[in-house]
Design a protein around this ligand. Structure first.
Ligand code: FES
Ligand code: FES
Length: 156
């Protein structure tokens, strides 16, 4: 097995470790206990594994752990601070945008990055849909998710 030493930050915690060069960031995060990161399709189709790498959403199943060297990773675990949900997490609860919940952590990270990027802008439902096109949900029919993004945009 070929390994590489990497340094990265996950939420607020710093790590330094040797990783198998073939390992995905998704597998590394799950092994380290960040189990909000879901293994859905494993091939970049569903977005269940979405995390932020330097604040950009990526499918962590397609992203090698070694590429995360010297980067900052955010997962939904880190969005909850001092026991308080983030405005995005709160909006998903408030709007009932969660059913089985499998897609939710990935969606929360996509919404978080989308709203950070579009701060202060008035967003149409069409723009919200396009901004979340990489995240599939088989339960909700998406309307409550779009509602949650609108609410988080207003409250954030
Ligand atoms: S598990 Fe990564 S996109 Fe589906
Ligand atoms: S809530 Fe079940 S897949 Fe989205």
């Amino acid at each position: 097995m070929q390994t590489m030493n990497i340094k990265l930050t996950i939420n607020t915690k710093k790590y330094e470790m040797a990783v198998d060069v073939r390992k995905s960031l998704m597998d590394l995060l799950r092994e380290l206990g960040y189990t909000s990161v879901k293994h859905g399709c494993g091939v970049g189709e569903c977005g269940a594994c979405t995390v932020l790498v330097d604040n950009i959403p990526v499918d962590s199943c397609l992203y090698l752990a070694t590429w995360a060297n010297n980067r900052a990773i955010r997962t939904t675990e880190g969005e909850c601070r001092d026991g308080k949900l983030s405005s995005v997490q709160e909006a998903y609860v408030e709007e009932g945008a969660v059913q089985c919940g499998f897609c939710t952590p990935g969606l929360i990270m996509t919404t978080t990055s989308f709203l950070e990027k579009n701060k202060g802008k008035e967003l149409s439902r069409e723009e919200i849909k396009k901004g979340h096109a990489g995240n599939l949900c088989r339960c909700t029919g998406y309307q409550t998710i779009i509602n949650a993004v609108e609410t988080a945009g207003k409250n954030g």
